[in-house]
Design a protein around this ligand. Structure first.
Ligand code: AMP
Ligand code: ZN
Length: 460
C-alpha cells in the first residue's frame, strides 16, 4: 500500500493512523434507523458515508464485521428523555400497531439501502430482540453505583463521571449554571434515562418486565448493549450522524465506561448533515424527501449515491435538484464511458496508488472521483487497462458500473410486422396502403423513418 489509512477521530479531534485492534479484522458499529417512519435522503447520506468507510476498510484488506442496529423502541420525541415514544406515536398516526410499523419501515429501509448499493450489514440487530442484554447492562451500571431512581425511570448520574461529555467537549459547568426549572426529578441537565417506567394505569404496546418495574429501555442503552455483545468491550470504529455527538454517542460512552471502563470504540466518526434549502432535513419536521421522491421524478437511486460521493463526509451538503441533475448526468457519462471500453486488462498500478492515497486520506472520495474522470478521459493507452482500473475503483464507489447495461429498445413483433407490410406496400407502389400502415404504426406509438437502404423504427 502506498499510504496507510488515516481517519478523523472525533474523540481526539484529530486525524489518526488507523490500526485495527485485531490484525486484519475491523469491527464497525453504525447507528441505524429509528423505524417509526420512512428514512429521508439525509439519513441515507450518513448510511452512504458509512458504506464508503466500510468499503475503504475492505480496500485496505480488513475483514469488516459491520453491526447496525434498528431502533424499534425507546427513542423519545425529545433527546432529553421526555415526550412520547416515537414508535407509539407513529403507530397512532398510521392506525397500525407499533410492531407493524417497525416491520413496515425496516423493510422499506432495507429496500432503499439495496437500491443505493449499500452493502448489507454483517449483523442487523433490533433493540426489541435485545431487551435482556439491555437489562443486564443497566443492572451492572446500577451495581457500579452510577444510577438513581425517579418516579419515571432509572437515570445515570453523569456528575459521577469526570470525563462525561468529553466526546462533545460539553461545557458541563455552563449547562449546570443554565439549569432550567423543568429539570423535573433529574439531578443534572445531562443525566439520562436507562429505563423508563410505563405510565401507571396505561398499557403500552411495547413494554417489558424488569427488576425496576414494567417499562422500556432508554434510547442510548441499546447501542452500548448490542455493540458490546457483537463487537466486544472496545472495538475499532463507531459511526453515526453529527447530531449524535452531543447526546446519543456521549451517553453510549458514559454507559460503557460505567459498565466496563472503556470508551467503547477506538475511533468515533460522524457524517455531516444533508441540508435542504440550507436548513436541516428532519423527519420530525414533517415534509421530507425520501428516495422514492427522487425515483418518482425519474432519477436513478445511484444518481443520489453519486451526488454524495462529490462531497466530503465531514462537510455539510446542501441538496438541490440542480446538483442531483448534474450527478445524474455525470453518472450516465461514466457508465457509458465504462461500457464502451474493452474488457480483459489488469488495473494500472500508478492510478491505483494515486486512488489509494486519496481514499486513505480520511476518505477523500471527491478527489478519488476526479482521478476516475482523469483516467476515463484517458492517458492510459490500453483501454482494457482503463476499464479494469475503473472497475477496481468502483469497489469503493459502489456505482455498479459493471452491472449497468444501456437500455435496449425491444420492438414488439406486431410493430415489426406492420413496418414490413408498409415496406412491401411501398415497393409495390401502393401509396395509400403504405400511408394507412404508417398511421397504424403511429397509433401503436412508433415512427418509421425511411433510410437509403431500408427503414428505422423509433418510439414516438
Ligand atoms: P434516525 O432514523 O433519526 O435515528 O437517523 C438515522 C441516521 O441518520 C443517524 O445516523 C442520524 O444521525 C442520521 N441523520 C439524521 N438526519 C440527517 C441529515 N439531515 N443528514 C445526514 N444524516 C442525518
Ligand atoms: Zn446508536
Amino acid at each position: 500500500m502506498p499510504t496507510a489509512l488515516k481517519l478523523y477521530d472525533n474523540y481526539t479531534r484529530s486525524l489518526r493512523g488507523f490500526e485495527a485492534l485485531k490484525a486484519g479484522a475491523a469491527g464497525l458499529y453504525t447507528c441505524g434507523p429509528t423505524v417509526y417512519d420512512y428514512q429521508h435522503i439525509g439519513n441515507f447520506r450518513t448510511f452512504l458515508f458509512e458504506d464508503l468507510l466500510r468499503r475503504v476498510l475492505e480496500w485496505n484488506g480488513y475483514e469488516v464485521t459491520h453491526v447496525m442496529n434498528v431502533t424499534d423502541v425507546g427513542h423519545l420525541t425529545s433527546d432529553a428523555d421526555t415526550g412520547e415514544d416515537k414508535m407509539e406515536k407513529g403507530a397512532r398516526r398510521t392506525g397500525k400497531t407499533a410492531w407493524e410499523i417497525a416491520e413496515l419501515y425496516t423493510g422499506a429501509f432495507l429496500e432503499d439501502m439495496r437500491a443505493l448499493n449499500i452493502e448489507d450489514p454483517t449483523i442487523l440487530c433490533r433493540a426489541t430482540d435485545h431487551i435482556r442484554e439491555q437489562i443486564e447492562f443497566i443492572a451492572d451500571i446500577e451495581r457500579n453505583g452510577y444510577t438513581y431512581r425517579t418516579s419515571d425511570g432509572i437515570y445515570v448520574d453523569t456528575s459521577k463521571q469526570p470525563d462525561y461529555g468529553y466526546l462533545a467537549r460539553l461545557d458541563k459547568a455552563g449547562l449546570e449554571a443554565g439549569k432550567r426549572v423543568d429539570l423535573g426529578e433529574k439531578r443534572h441537565p445531562t443525566d439520562f434515562a436507562l429505563w423508563k417506567f410505563s405510565p401507571s394505569g396505561e398499557k403500552r404496546q411495547m413494554e417489558w418486565p424488569s427488576p425496576w418495574g414494567t417499562g422500556f429501555p432508554g434510547w442510548h442503552i441499546e447501542c452500548s448493549a448490542m455493540a458490546q455483545k457483537y463487537l466486544g468491550d472496545f472495538f475499532d470504529v463507531h459511526c453515526g450522524g453529527e447530531d449524535h455527538i452531543p447526546v446519543h454517542h456521549t451517553n453510549e460512552i458514559a454507559q460503557t465506561e460505567a459498565r466496563v471502563g472503556t470508551r467503547l470504540a477506538n475511533f468515533w466518526m460522524h457524517g455531516y448533515f444533508l441540508l435542504a434549502n440550507d436548513a436541516k432535513m428532519a423527519k420530525s419536521a414533517g415534509e421530507f424527501l425520501r428516495l422514492k421522491s427522487l425515483t418518482d421524478r425519474g432519477y436513478d437511486p445511484l444518481a443520489y449515491r453519486y451526488l454524495c460521493l462529490t462531497a466530503h463526509y465531514r462537510s455539510q451538503l446542501n441538496f438541490t435538484f440542480d446538483a442531483l441533475d448534474a450527478a445524474a448526468t455525470a453518472l450516465e457519462r461514466m457508465r457509458r464511458g465504462f461500457h464502451a471500453l474493452p474488457a480483459g486488462g489488469e488495473p494500472d498500478a500508478a492510478y491505483v496508488d494515486r486512488f489509494t492515497v486519496e481514499i486513505n486520506e480520511d476518505l477523500n472520495i471527491p478527489k478519488a472521483l476526479a482521478i476516475a474522470w482523469e483516467l476515463l478521459r484517458g492517458d492510459v493507452v490500453d483501454l482494457r487497462v482503463t476499464k479494469a482500473t475503473l472497475a477496481a475503483f468502483d469497489r469503493v464507489f459502489g456505482l455498479g458500473l459493471e452491472a449497468w447495461q444501456p437500455k435496449q429498445e425491444t420492438i414488439p413483433e406486431v410493430v415489426r410486422a406492420l413496418a414490413a407490410a408498409r415496406a412491401a406496400a411501398r415497393a409495390a407502389k401502393q401509396w395509400a396502403e403504405a400511408d394507412r400502415l404508417r398511421a397504424e404504426l403511429r397509433a401503436a406509438g412508433w415512427e418509421v423513418e425511411d433510410e437509403p437502404d431500408g427503414y428505422a423504427l423509433k418510439r414516438r
